[in-house]
Design a protein around this ligand. Structure first.
Ligand SMILES: Nc1ncnc2c1ncn2[C@@H]1O[C@H](COP(=O)(O)OP(=O)(O)OP(=O)(O)O)[C@@H](O)[C@H]1O
Ligand SMILES: [Mg+2]
Length: 437
C-alpha cells in the first residue's frame, strides 16, 4: 500500500529518477549534519561560554554582597566588572525572561544562567539587540548585568550551515548537469526507435555510456536489416511483376492477330484481368516505401481527396474535427484512403470520409452503406489476395484482393493500424485508419 503510493509519486522520467537518487541522500545527510551540529556542537559551546560568564557574575555578586551600602556596592562591583567587559546597573523593574523565536542557543543560555546563579530574577535576550540583560537579586536590591551576547554563545553559527548548504547545492547542480548528459543519449535512442516505429528514419549515432552505446548499435543493426528486407521485398516483387508484363503484352498482341471467336474473347478478358492484377501487384510492391515523410495537414488532405473523388463517384465528406499537422507520407496515405473509399463505393452505395485529429492520433474513417464484413472475416480480408465469396461481389467489377492489404500496410508504415468495424450511421463497413502522432 505504502510502496504503491510511493510509486505514484516517483517521477516517471529517467532523469527525474536519477535526480531523486542524487538529491535524497544529499538532503538527508545535510539534515542529519545540521541537527547534530546544532545539538552537540552549538549547544555544547554555548553551555560552556555561559558557564564561564556565570562564574564571573558570581564574582561580581560577591563584591556587591561585601559592600557596606548600596551606593558603594555598584562602585565596588564595577572594579571587577569593567575589565570583564560587563556593564552594571541598579536593578530595573519590569525585566522579564525572554528570547527570540529563532534564537537557537537562547534556551541553553537561559537554562544555564538559572542553574548556575542563585537568585536570578530574569534573563532578557530580546530588549537590547546584541546584549543580554541578567537581573539578579542581592541583599542590596536587584542588580542588572548587561553582557554582550557574543560572550554567551558562538557567533554566526549560520555561516557554517550556509557554507554546507551552498556546497551541497553546488555539488548537486554539477551532479544534475552530469546526469542530464548521461540521460540524453538514452532519450535520443528512444526518440530514434519511436520514430522508426512510426516509419520514419531519423539520423542517429550511438553515444553515451557503454550500455547505451551497445543498445544504440544494436538498434542501428536492426533498423538496417529491416530496411534492407523491405527494399529486397520491393525489388523482388516489382522485378517479377515487371518481367511478367513483357510476355503478357506479347500474348495480347498474339491474340489480337487471331480471328475473333467466343474463346478468344474470353481469353482477352482473362488477359485484361491478369494485367489489372499485375498493375495492383506492382503498386503494392512499390509500396511507396521510398516516399519521404513531410509535414501534412490531414484535414486538408482529406478534403482535397473527397473533392477529387466526388467528381465521378458518390463520395461524401463527413465531420472533420481538430487541427494540426503531422509528418506523413501524403501519396501513400491518399492511396490507402482511395482504396478504402473505392471499396465503399464498390460494395456499398456511397462512401463517406471523416477525420478526427487529436493530440494523440489522427483517425481517418471511411464508412459505407453496404453489407459490411462479418466480424469473423475481418482478419481474413486484410490478407493479400483474399476476397470474400464471389456471390457477394457479383457485378461489382473484378478486384484483386489487395486494396485492404495495401491500406493496412500503409497504416503500419506510419506506426498505426487499420481497424474494421460496423458503421453506426450508414450501416455498412467502417474502416478506421489510425495513425499515432
Ligand atoms: N466496404 C466493404 N463492404 C463490404 N465488403 C468489403 C468492403 N471492403 C472490402 N470488402 C470485402 O473485402 C474483400 C477484400 O477487399 P480489398 O479491397 O482488399 O480487395 P478488392 O476490393 O476485392 O480488390 P482491390 O485490390 O481492387 O481493392 C473484398 O473482395 C470484399 O469482399
Ligand atoms: Mg478494394
Amino acid at each position: 500500500m505504502f510502496f504503491r503510493m510511493l510509486k505514484g509519486w516517483m517521477p516517471r522520467s529517467l532523469f527525474g529518477r536519477s535526480a531523486l537518487i542524487v538529491l535524497v541522500p544529499v538532503s538527508v545527510t545535510l539534515m542529519v549534519v545540521t541537527v547534530v551540529f546544532i545539538q552537540r556542537l552549538y549547544e555544547g559551546v554555548t553551555e560552556q561560554m555561559t558557564l564561564a560568564l556565570s562564574h564571573e557574575a558570581l564574582l561580581i555578586l560577591d563584591r556587591v554582597e561585601a559592600a557596606a551600602d548600596p551606593a558603594g556596592a555598584l562602585e565596588q562591583a564595577l572594579e571587577v566588572a569593567a575589565p570583564l567587559d560587563i556593564e552594571i546597573a541598579a536593578g530595573a523593574p519590569g525585566v522579564e525572561t525572554r528570547r527570540g523565536i529563532f534564537d537557537l542557543s537562547g534556551r541553553t543560555v537561559v537554562d544555564v544562567v538559572f542553574r548556575e546563579i542563585p537568585g536570578v530574577l530574569a534573563v532578557d535576550l530580546v530588549s537590547r539587540d546584541g546584549w543580554a540583560r541578567i537581573v539578579i537579586a542581592s541583599s542590596k536590591g536587584p542588580v542588572e548585568l548587561i553582557v554582550p551576547r557574543g560572550r554567551l554563545s558562538a557567533r554566526n553559527p549560520h555561516q557554517f550551515l550556509v557554507l554546507i548548504g551552498v556546497t551541497a547545492i553546488l555539488m548537486s547542480l554539477v551532479a544534475l548537469i552530469y546526469l542530464r548528459n548521461q540521460v540524453r543519449p538514452v532519450r535520443r535512442l528512444a526518440f530514434a526507435a519511436e520514430a522508426f516505429g512510426k516509419g520514419r528514419v531519423v539520423p542517429y549515432r550511438p553515444s553515451g555510456a557503454a550500455e547505451v552505446r551497445s543498445a544504440g548499435t544494436a538498434f542501428l543493426d536492426m533498423r538496417d536489416r529491416i530496411e534492407r528486407q523491405i527494399e529486397q521485398r520491393t525489388l523482388m516483387l516489382s522485378g517479377v511483376s515487371h518481367d511478367l508484363r513483357t510476355p503478357l503484352t506479347r500474348l495480347q498482341l498474339g491474340l489480337s492477330l487471331i480471328e475473333d471467336s467466343e474463346d478468344v474473347e474470353a481469353m482477352r478478358r482473362d488477359l485484361k484481368d491478369m494485367e489489372a492484377m499485375l498493375e495492383a501487384f506492382l503498386a503494392f510492391a512499390r509500396g511507396d516505401a521510398l516516399e519521404a515523410p513531410e509535414r501534412v495537414d490531414p484535414i486538408a488532405l482529406a478534403r482535397d481527396l473527397v473533392e477529387q473523388m466526388a467528381r465521378n463517384l458518390p463520395v461524401l465528406a463527413g465531420p472533420m474535427a481538430g487541427e494540426g499537422s503531422a509528418m506523413l507520407r501524403p501519396q501513400a496515405l491518399r492511396r490507402a484512403l482511395e482504396n478504402l473509399i473505392n471499396n465503399g463505393v464498390r460494395y456499398g452505395k456511397e462512401a463517406r470520409l471523416s477525420v478526427e485529429v487529436t493530440s494523440e492520433a489522427i483517425v481517418f474513417v471511411v464508412e459505407d452503406s453496404g453489407a459490411g464484413i462479418p466480424e469473423a472475416q475481418r482478419d481474413e480480408v486484410l490478407r493479400p489476395f483474399s476476397r470474400l465469396d464471389e456471390a457477394r461481389n457479383q457485378n461489382r467489377g473484378s478486384g484483386v484482393g489487395l486494396g485492404l492489404t495495401i491500406a493496412a500496410d500503409i497504416a503500419r508504415q506510419h506506426g498505426g493500424r487499420l481497424e474494421l468495424g460496423e458503421s453506426r450511421d450508414l450501416g455498412g463497413l467502417r474502416a478506421e485508419l489510425i495513425i499515432p502522432r
